[in-house]
Design a binder for this molecule. Structure first.
Ligand code: P6P
Length: 335
């Protein structure tokens, strides 16, 4: 297939949004290149997963107490190795590791990466969409920061990205106020995308949540879900893949809101992790004409207390998230 001349690559996007004298340009290009290469490796592996015995459980549990799939471990090892070889990453925080991995670097402006190397891995065994999520930060200015505090003082992401392994493999990059969507060409290994920013469509009609938990939600949330299905005009429809990246991506393209609320009991802080799931999705949403909150405040205003901290997550286009907040009694200031 002849490459469309209007297509660009992640490299073009970073070069376009940085200047030659920006010393962080090289680090951003190296980190983005590592994410791309990891996407190629994981996409190729997932295409033949059952045939090469990489699906199924690794028979261990991670820091979250969740059963680790073999591909979770392979994803962890693949991306950590690529970030190490980039020599542009000071430390990697991963869902799959209790403590951050500090890496050797020789770039003047090394970066921090928080990642969920394989999101939605319970979908692997049923050939449903899964993804990888990344938040890239500048290290905090204070040099006295202890390694384990680097991520607690890192502030908002400078670049966020996710890979979606589905019918095709997408790479969504958000940087310098813009979100771009790229698709892997399996024949050439290139990630190619339109040379234009991506934004949520308005007036979306999709909501994504696991309604099985509705009986454990606050009453205002239960009433919101009843309203959007039966009284709102137009009514909304439920689409839920069970992998944040898959649900977010469909909602980014078609206009929809994703909800993972807190519940009474063990999910009193929600299920999703702040630093490597909520932050990157909030950053991508913000650069796409959307908002992410924990049901009360903007996700990007939350200062993390611990590196694996969980938060409730409401994310989507501004119109739907503002409607959610009005209907649940927490109108967003200035919206
Ligand atoms: P539930 C996957 O485990 C994940 O972290 C997200 O990717 C996904 O949206 C959510 O949890 C699914 O959780 O409780 O509906 O299975």
């Amino acid at each position: 297939m002849q490459k469309n001349s209007s297509f660009t690559t992640p490299f073009d996007f970073i070069m376009e949004k940085t200047s030659a004298d920006q010393t962080e340009r090289t680090s951003l290009l190296l980190v983005t290149g590592a994410i791309e290469q990891g996407g190629r490796v994981m996409a190729a592996l997932l295409r033949k997963g059952p045939l090469v015995g990489v699906t199924g459980s690794a028979l261990v549990r991670n820091i979250q107490g969740e059963e680790v799939q073999k591909l979770d471990q392979i994803g962890q090892d693949t991306f950590l190795s690529l970030f190490r070889r980039s020599r542009a990453v000071m430390s990697v925080l991963s869902e799959e590791a209790e403590q951050p991995d500090n890496l050797p670097y020789d770039q003047k402006n090394p970066l921090l990466v928080a990642m969920d190397p394989l999101d939605g891995s319970s979908n692997i065994s049923v050939n449903a969409p899964i993804g990888s999520i990344f938040a890239v930060f500048h290290p905090p200015l204070s040099s006295s920061t202890a390694p384990e505090d680097l991520f607690l003082k890192a502030a908002s992401p400078v670049l966020s990205a996710y890979l979606l392994y589905s019918v095709s493999t997408s790479l969504v990059l958000s940087f310098s106020g813009e979100t771009r969507v790229f698709t892997l060409d399996p024949d050439t290994g290139e990630f190619l995308g339109a040379d234009m920013p991506f934004r949520f469509p308005e007036n979306g009609k999709i909501y994504s949540t696991n309604e099985a938990y509705l009986p454990h939600w606050e009453k205002s949330l239960q009433e919101y879900v009843f309203w959007i299905k039966s009284e709102r005009n137009p009514a909304m429809i439920l689409r839920y893949i069970g992998a944040l990246v898959g649900d977010f991506h469909r909602n980014l393209l078609k206009g929809g809101i994703y909800l993972y609320p807190a519940e009474a009991g063990e999910k009193s802080s929600g299920k999703l992790r702040l630093l490597y799931e909520a932050y990157p999705m909030a950053h991508i949403a913000k650069n796409s004409g959307g908002i992410a909150t924990d049901g009360k405040q903007d996700i990007l205003s939350i200062v993390p207390r611990s590196i694996h901290q969980r938060v409730p997550l409401v994310v989507g286009p501004s119109d739907l998230v503002c409607e959610f907040h009005e209907r649940t009694g927490n109108p967003l200031p200035g919206r």
